[in-house]
Design a binder for this molecule. Sequence first.
Ligand SMILES: Nc1ncnc2c1ncn2[C@@H]1O[C@H](COP(=O)(O)OP(=O)(O)OP(=O)(O)O)[C@@H](O)[C@H]1O
Length: 323
Amino acid sequence: MYATQGAVNTLSDLRRASGAFDRVRSLVQTSDPDPSMYGALPPGAWWEVANGAQPVVEPYADKAGDAAVVAAKGGDLELRNVWFSYPLRADLPVLSDVNLTLRRGTVTALVGRSGAGKSTVAALLSRFYSPQRGAILLGEAEAGSFTRGEWARAIAMVSQEPVLFSGTIADNISYGRFGRCSLEEIQAAAEAANAHEFIKRLPDGYKTVVGERGTLLSGGQRQRIAIARALLKDSPVIILDEATSALDAVSEKLVQEAIQRLVAGRTVLVIAHRLSTVQAADQIVVMANGQIAERGTHEELLAASGPYSELMSSQGMMLGYSV
Ligand SMILES: Nc1ncnc2c1ncn2[C@@H]1O[C@H](COP(=O)(O)OP(=O)(O)OP(=O)(O)O)[C@@H](O)[C@H]1O
């Protein structure tokens, strides 16, 4: 099959991750939609996808160039003086003068209380929306200088509740890949994602048709399929919304291993809920009320006894396993 755009992939993942169908609908209904929200979807398809239809599989992405991929491999991804409100709540500032640099090849952990604006940062980086003020820069070039298809090639999003569509396992892994790929490549990605072992035990292996929304699979298995998908897509930038719900210890370990393989050498933003992830990050950014409250390494922020240590002690991070 033709690979569908990463944009479609990330759109439905984001929708599922936030559990906010209404949010997507409000975004679709706005009279002045950011063209980025169409991603590389054919005209008219957006509404259907937002309503839960199967993604429209079109070879649009094959036409996208690799300009954003090249820029991301050579430079940082940055939000510069970004101000943002959602279209239907224009009076409510959600991000206020946010400056955030994701350094090339490093991991940035984004932490903060619920509603602080973490998912909104992820949505802007994915170009589901555009900031009202400020800029998104990739290797110093404005995001708008890249086409949607180019952008979608450069960034992959792995959400905590990945959406699978009812097709085969192989289709689900290759979805988001630009250009065709072989079963060997699909299998290699599944192996790196710790998914091959369970896939080969399924009735038809890689040809097993997963149920609507992937219900045949457990949460941990769905996550590993999503990681295999991102590995195969091989984007230089990964936005990872770490799962909050606990998996059993074995599944958790398999997912964490797969994530380590996925993030190695890439520019990563992880919305982090686990102490182990935060500790291992190159940079931790604490958000509060739509602003950056603090940034630094785990040790630096603990020593500062500021918002980070407060967050750690009041909210706590999931403990109990190490990466
Ligand atoms: N589509 C939307 N329309 C209007 N307001 C929104 C929309 N999405 C989020 N918000 C609001 O923006 C603010 C930031 O939300 P966001 O989801 O970015 O926070 P978060 O830090 O990711 O929270 P959580 O950890 O709970 O996911 C919140 O006040 C939220 O209610």
